[in-house]
Design a protein around this ligand. Structure first.
Ligand code: FAD
Length: 306
């Protein structure tokens, strides 16, 4: 883990997450979402405070579906930058935003010193697979957002990658081509959608490398802590839950503690394998809860979380 890095460099600028990911040690990072209600705020901040002592390389703050959390994403990202020792990355999506509005959000992020942004296209509000309607003065794809960020200032920009292909992509080959276009548009690194089998990540990494693209791809992981996670996983990950693993969970499905234990064990084993395979980092989707993430982190090989 990249340790002891200041969240602000001398001169006021934040370190580039791309540089951290390209460094010799794997990065560890945690993803949070901005709560929609006031009641969700204490939960978020409790999770942030409980994970802060693990000294992650960075944390990321998502952007609500349909652009719904524009203000809270910026506000939470700013608070992380100013009130914690953590290095924040803001997610930014293109849904329902004109280029002028996107520039405004980008300007606000720059204004609070945020230099790292994950540029994702976003899904339509409501049905994620519903028709994606471009704002009449907006952009169409994540690659356009990458270009907008890069021409707006000294931003380090990440993009999304999909081990099972993006659900809208017709096939793996075109998905790979589109992903590489985003990298060539200027992305410094990528983070994957969640997956539950290390081989699925490795196949993505191999096909991107085989196509001549060396943009580092950080695996995004989330432990199963209840059967409902599995039920939602197809919608979340874009692929059916691996059948062999499903069988293991089904065998203990009547015992909530056993499901949780198996989820932590499976995610820990998968992370250990990914680290063995030389991944550039691991990005934990926390859902604003710290316990499961901390348990997986504690189980990682000691050398990996120095
Ligand atoms: P794109 O890269 O634009 O791709 C979308 C689809 O269009 C793909 O099928 C792609 O192959 C295709 N495509 C791309 N370029 C072209 C082209 N030139 N011609 C034809 N087809 C093309 N969503 C949120 O709302 N908020 C978040 O904070 C958020 N964070 C995320 C973080 C991660 C790590 C990941 C993996 C996803 C995240 N998402 C988030 C979800 C994401 O917004 C959706 O999955 C979205 O549908 C795709 O985003 P993208 O950036 O991959 O889009």
């Amino acid at each position: 883990m990249a340790l002891g890095l200041p969240s602000v460099l001398p001169g006021g600028s934040q370190p580039s997450i791309g540089d951290l990911i390209a460094g010799p040690a794997p990065t560890f990072s945690f993803e949070f979402f901005p709560p929609k209600t006031a009641e969700g705020q204490p939960l978020l901040w409790q999770a942030i405070r409980e994970l802060e002592p693990l000294r992650p390389s960075f944390v990321s703050i998502t952007y609500g579906a349909g652009g719904t959390t524009r203000d809270t994403t910026v506000a939470v990202t700013e608070r992380v930058a100013t009130e914690t020792t953590l290095l924040p990355m803001a997610h930014l999506t293109a849904v329902n935003h004109s280029v002028a509005e996107l520039r405004h959000v980008i300007g606000r992020l720059a204004g609070v010193g945020v230099r790292n942004v994950l540029a994702v296209r976003g899904d339509p509000p409501g049905d994620p697979m519903g028709e994606w309607v471009r704002h009449p003065e907006g952009v169409l794809y994540a690659a356009d957002l990458v270009r907008l960020l890069k021409e707006s200032g000294d931003f380090c920009v990440g993009v999304a990658a999909f081990p099972y292909k993006h659900p809208r992509s017709p096939d793996i080959a075109s998905d790979t081509d589109r992903f590489i276009e985003k990298c060539r548009a200027g992305a410094d690194f990528a983070i994957t959608q969640m997956f539950f089998d290390a081989d699925d990540y490795l196949r993505l990494r191999d096909r991107v490398a085989a196509a001549g693209c060396d943009t580092p791809i950080v695996p995004g992981v989330m432990p199963v802590v209840r059967m409902a996670t599995i039920e939602r996983s197809e919608q979340l990950s874009g692929a059916p839950f691996p059948p062999a693993l499903l069988e293991r969970f089904e065998r203990v499905s009547g015992d909530a503690d056993a499901v949780r234990r198996l989820g932590i064990e499976q995610c820990s084993e998968m992370c250990a394998r990914l680290l063995d395979e030389g991944v550039p980092g691991i990005h934990f989707i926390t859902l604003n809860r710290s316990t499961a993430t901390r348990e997986v982190w504690q189980n990682l090989p000691a050398g990996a979380r120095v």
